[in-house]
Design a protein around this ligand. Structure first.
Ligand SMILES: NC(=O)c1ccc[n+]([C@@H]2O[C@H](COP(=O)([O-])OP(=O)(O)OC[C@H]3O[C@@H](n4cnc5c(N)ncnc54)[C@H](OP(=O)(O)O)[C@@H]3O)[C@@H](O)[C@H]2O)c1
Length: 270
């Protein structure tokens, strides 16, 4: 095995960004484990596919145990990729629906990270890559809860990075703009429909699905992950694609009111 036998665990590797990343890293010689909630009958090229539901403590423990048994206790890179969205006005999303989303996008990341960190700290080496989004710095209407999970993930990763530095473990955020995956079509929809939001929600939903379908190739995000994995000490945050890089830059440079106006313009709200 090349790449020093480095072991990579990619959550949610049956589709989109996770699949592209697992395939690319495997092709580059890393030993890659990908995951799926239901791996039976699903294909994986060049990597081993394991069962994992990030919302379950037991499932996370079993998955990490399987990897460590097969690698002699080694996980060098954790790519916390599994995630989804919910479309609806903030007022239409119930706390239960929001909790279901947070269980995947935020607590799921925490669960897997907490299970893997003892191995990385013991070896004084490792990289934790958390998938945020341009929506992790610029919240979009009708995606409030999705953006809230990604804002939470950004804060969590920033603090984690400070804490892990003495162990030579890097925590990193990768934040793409729209990526062409099924995620827009498969995102949850709020169960409650308030007629006052109907028209704007429908337009935002269509725009989101269209934007994601027409987004960048997931291989572009995979190339960024490869760069992070290769770096001795990767940067804290990697926006991917023009939209995300522009959002990052504007967020850093513009006063809040001007930034808000730029976001409204970007989503066609004038
Ligand atoms: N697409 C975009 O425009 C975009 C932009 C910015 C950021 N992102 C982020 O990038 C990540 C991947 O998105 P994607 O667009 O590639 O999504 P995707 O194509 O829908 O793939 C999602 C993956 O997550 C897995 N998954 C879903 N729920 C899970 C759970 N509870 N436990 C374990 N695995 C679960 C799915 O696997 P199984 O169904 O096989 O379990 C699937 O492999 C997400 O965190 C997303 O928020 C996406």
């Amino acid at each position: 095995m090349s790449r020093g036998g480095k072991v990579v665990l990619v959550t949610g590797a049956t589709s989109g960004i996770g699949k592209a990343t697992a395939e690319l890293l495997a092709a580059k010689g890393y030993r890659v484990f990908g995951t799926s909630r239901d791996p039976a009958g699903k294909s994986s090229t060049g990597f081993e596919l394991l069962q994992l539901d990030v919302t379950s403590d037991e499932s996370v423990a079993a998955c990490v145990k399987t990897v460590t048994e097969r690698t002699g206790g080694r996980i060098d890179v954790l790519h916390n990729n599994a995630g989804t969205g919910i479309i609806g006005a903030a007022e239409e999303v119930s706390p239960d629906e929001a909790m279901r989303l947070f269980q995947i996008n935020f607590f799921g990341v925490m669960r897997v990270t907490n299970a893997v960190l003892p191995l990385m700290r013991a070896r004084k080496a490792g990289t934790v890559i958390n998938m945020s989004s341009s929506g992790g710095v610029a919240a979009l209407p009708f995606a409030a809860l999705y953006c809230a999970t990604k804002f939470a993930l950004e804060g969590y990763t920033e603090a984690l990075r400070h804490e892990l530095r003495p162990f030579n473990v890097a925590a990193v955020v990768v934040a793409p703009g729209p990526v062409s995956t099924p995620a827009g079509d498969t995102a949850m929809r709020a169960g409650k429909h308030l007629p006052e939001y109907a028209d704007r929600r429908r337009k935002a939903d269509e725009m989101s699905v269209r934007g994601i379908r027409g987004g960048m190739d997931p291989k572009r995000v995979a190339e960024t992950i490869l760069k992070v994995v290769r770096d001795d000490w990767p940067s804290p945050r990697y926006p991917v694609g023009l939209q995300s890089r522009a959002t990052n830059l504007a967020h850093g440079l513009l006063p809040p009111g001007t930034f808000e106006a730029a976001v409204r313009w970007g989503v066609g709200l004038g």
